[in-house]
Structure formats: structure tokens, C-alpha cells
Ligand binder design. Structure first.
Ligand code: 5GP
Ligand code: ZN
Length: 113
């Protein structure tokens, strides 16, 4: 996707602080962190949200969850972490390239919405 912000980050056209990369997955620090650790985990292939990704490639959707757990461990989030994926306008999804937020590094609020 030529004009997608996260596709540009994956291609290195927009700088980011990379946390992890492999054949299918890219992870980088959120520019506006909502917790001491705030990492975005994205598929390299463009899907607009988790609904689209899970329908088209459920194995990739599962792989992203596995990588989220591995990245949380490598970030030292031994006390726990939260995964969030905003899907569509009611969830205030602002970038239409599927991404999972990893939040942690402190006790998080018990309010999720
Ligand atoms: P959403 O609201 O779509 O769930 O999350 C989009 C996230 O992308 C937000 O947390 C926002 O701070 C982050 N973001 C937006 N633009 C950039 C950018 O250029 N670089 C990085 N690293 N994160 C960004
Ligand atoms: Zn994209």
C-alpha cells in the first residue's frame, strides 16, 4: 500500500524505533506512548484491521499473537502486559494497517474502554 503510514515504516521510508523484525512481522515503539512500554506489532503484509487479517490469513493472525508474547518477554514485562487492537471507527482505529498494541511496564488501569 503506497500511502499507508505503517507500510512506509515497514519499508523504512519513515523512521521508527524497531523492536523486532522477521519475515512476516515488524514491531516498533509507539510515537505517543500510553505506558512505559508501548510497542506496535504489525504484519508486513497490509491488512486494514484484525477482522480482515484473521479472515484472509488466520495463521498470520495467530503468529502475530505469538510474536506479541515473545516481544513482551524480551521487553521484560514479567508482571504482565495488555494487548489491544482497535478495529474500526467505534474503536477509534486511527491507522488502517492492522496493529496490536503491547502495553506494559507499570500497573495499568482496570478501565479498558
Ligand atoms: P490506533 O489508534 O490506530 O489503534 O493506533 C495507532 C497508533 O499509531 C497510535 O498509538 C499512534 O500514537 C501511533 N502512531 C501514529 N503515527 C505514528 C508514527 O509515525 N510512528 C509511530 N512509531 N507511531 C505512530
Ligand atoms: Zn499498510
Amino acid at each position: 500500500m503506497d500511502n499507508c503510514l505503517f507500510c512506509k515504516i515497514i519499508r523504512g521510508e519513515i523512521p521508527s524505533t524497531k523492536v523486532y523484525e522477521d519475515e512476516n512481522v515488524f514491531a516498533f515503539r509507539d510515537i505517543n506512548p500510553q505506558a512505559p512500554v508501548h510497542v506496535l506489532v504489525v504484519p508486513k503484509k497490509h491488512y486494514k484491521n484484525v477482522s480482515e487479517c484473521a479472515a484472509a490469513d488466520p495463521a498470520l493472525a495467530g503468529e502475530i499473537l505469538k510474536k506479541c508474547a515473545q516481544i513482551a518477554q524480551s521487553e521484560g514485562l514479567l508482571g504482565g502486559f495488555r494487548l489491544i487492537t482497535n478495529n474500526g471507527p467505534d474503536a477509534c482505529q486511527s491507522v488502517e494497517h492492522m496493529h496490536v498494541h503491547i502495553l506494559g511496564g507499570a500497573k495499568l488501569t482496570d478501565k479498558m474502554g
